[in-house]
Design a protein around this ligand. Structure first.
Ligand SMILES: Nc1ncnc2c1ncn2[C@@H]1O[C@H](COP(=O)(O)OP(=O)(O)O)[C@@H](O)[C@H]1O
Ligand SMILES: [Mg+2]
Length: 275
């Protein structure tokens, strides 16, 4: 397996008002061509920090992101990112948002950019909404437009930062299915950040499980054993499904940050004070 994407000793230290904060430390991983990898971990553990370093949006403090043997020093057209919120330009239509990204490919005419935009909007099933302003569209449709915008850059790497986490579960299932079909028909390498165990098991070839922060790092890597051209029902009914799910949940429970108070802890403490 060739290794087009490699993370070597990736570390990010933030300067905060209360001192230096080591968010992620010594993250090492290899991603093969055409692989679909999910990075899974608790909220706040450092998943977005890792993805933004892969995208070249934030420089690592130590270590590096290597694409085809060359260290990443900034954003590049071969790596497109989709964020948790759609972030579309509100004064442009859905089509114009996607066309703007397509226009970043040098030497394309306006007609070609529009055709590219329509192709990807169609692929994501939202071509009928092309003339609408983002504010007129549902969150799910806006996220489809965001994925279409990322694809219209024709990247080799699609970086997804919890793109469906704000959607209701039925819309999330629908968009996961669309993403799966699009990826199956392409040769793209996907790195998707998520904290949804079922989403990761349904979509990914391999899960990278992160320990909780600070100093979050790769704790385990798990190969997802379900055969490709997956369908949700067959994945859920696969004899290995519950074993995999249990293993991931056990890992996450084991690596939950002990000192972080939860809402429940807080309620219990208050009740104790009241009685
Ligand atoms: N710019 C920043 N300055 C200081 N701390 C940050 C900054 N960005 C993220 N962090 C902290 O780094 C940790 C990881 O954040 P993040 O990567 O957003 O987590 P995740 O995506 O897993 O929810 C969190 O504790 C967060 O508060
Ligand atoms: Mg995040």
């Amino acid at each position: 397996m060739s290794v087009p994407l490699e993370l070597t000793g990736l570390t990010k230290v933030f300067e905060t008002t209360s001192g230096l904060f080591v968010a992620v430390k010594d993250v090492n991983a290899k991603v093969g061509a055409g692989e679909f990898v999910a990075i899974l971990g608790h909220s706040g553990c450092g998943k977005s920090t890792v993805l933004s370093m892969i995208a070249g949006l934030a420089p690592p403090t130590y270590g590096g992101v290597i694409v085809d043997g060359t260290e990443v020093v900034g954003p590049g057209a071969e790596r497109a990112i989709v964020f948790q919120s759609p972030c579309l330009l509100p004064w442009l239509t859905a089509r114009e948002n996607v066309r703007l990204a397509a226009a970043q490919r040098p030497g394309t005419t306006g007609r070609q950019q529009r055709a590219t935009a329509d192709h990807y909007l169609d692929l994501l099933g939202v071509l009928q909404d092309a003339d609408q302003a983002p504010g007129k569209l549902s969150l799910g449709t806006q996220q489809c437009v965001s994925v279409a915008r990322a694809l219209s850059l024709q990247p080799r790497f699609l970086l997804l930062d919890e793109p469906f986490s704000q959607l209701d579960s039925l819309t999330r299932f629908e968009l996961q299915d669309i993403l799966l079909r699009v990826w199956e028909e392409s040769d793209k390498t996907v790195v998707m950040v998520t904290h949804d165990v079922d989403e990761a098991l349904y979509l990914a070839d391999r899960l990278i499980l992160m320990t909780d922060g600070p100093e979050a790092t790769v704790g385990e890597s798990l190969v997802v054993p379900f055969p490709r051209r997956r369908r949700r029902a067959s994945v859920l009914g696969h004899p290995e499904y519950h074993r995999c799910r249990r293993r991931v949940i056990d890992f996450l429970e084991h690596h939950a940050h002990q000192s972080r108070p939860t809402v429940l802890d807080d309620l219990i403490r208050r009740r104790a004070v009241m009685h």
